[in-house]
Design a protein around this ligand. Structure first.
Ligand SMILES: [Zn+2]
Length: 147
């Protein structure tokens, strides 16, 4: 399996990546060389889509990945195609310094809700937002990034 060499060849950088994006990142990363869906990665590495999405969500929280939503006629559902920004990830991993405050903020990100309804401000985790197809279950408005 092809790997992203700038991550795997440097143990220090690999450790930073794992600390920030989780153990699964090392398995997910090779698939991020080109735009890909969480479901595709999930099937290939035999891990639940929600766990793959958790990794993608962490990358998204750091503004290192983007997604495009497209309607899949076969499944009748929206598919999310993720595109990793390799330059940003590289810079992020090289510039990141370990310290107590950034480790704390990484832990806090685990449990917050990065998405919010534009209409009623209901908070959503990434999974609940995708499950709702980015449409608020309370008021029907668009769910957006909370920033
Ligand atoms: Zn709402």
């Amino acid at each position: 399996m092809a790997t992203l060499t700038y991550i795997t060849k440097d143990v220090d950088i690999k450790n930073k990546a794992v600390l920030h994006f989780g153990e699964l990142f090392v398995l997910v990363a090779p698939f991020l060389k080109k735009p890909v869906s969480a479901e595709f990665i999930s099937q290939r590495i035999k891990v639940k889509p929600s766990r793959v999405r958790a990794v993608l969500n962490k990358l998204y929280n750091h503004n290192l990945i983007d997604y495009k939503r497209s309607f899949d006629d076969d499944t009748g559902k929206y598919t999310y195609i993720w595109t990793l920004n390799h330059e940003k990830l590289k810079a992020f991993l090289k510039n990141y310094e370990f310290d107590v405050s950034s480790e704390k903020s990484a832990a806090e990100e685990e449990c917050d809700a990065p998405f919010r309804c534009r209409g009623c401000s209901e908070a959503y985790s990434f999974d609940s937002a995708t499950d709702a197809a980015f449409k608020c279950v309370r008021c029907g408005s668009t769910i957006d990034s909370a920033e």
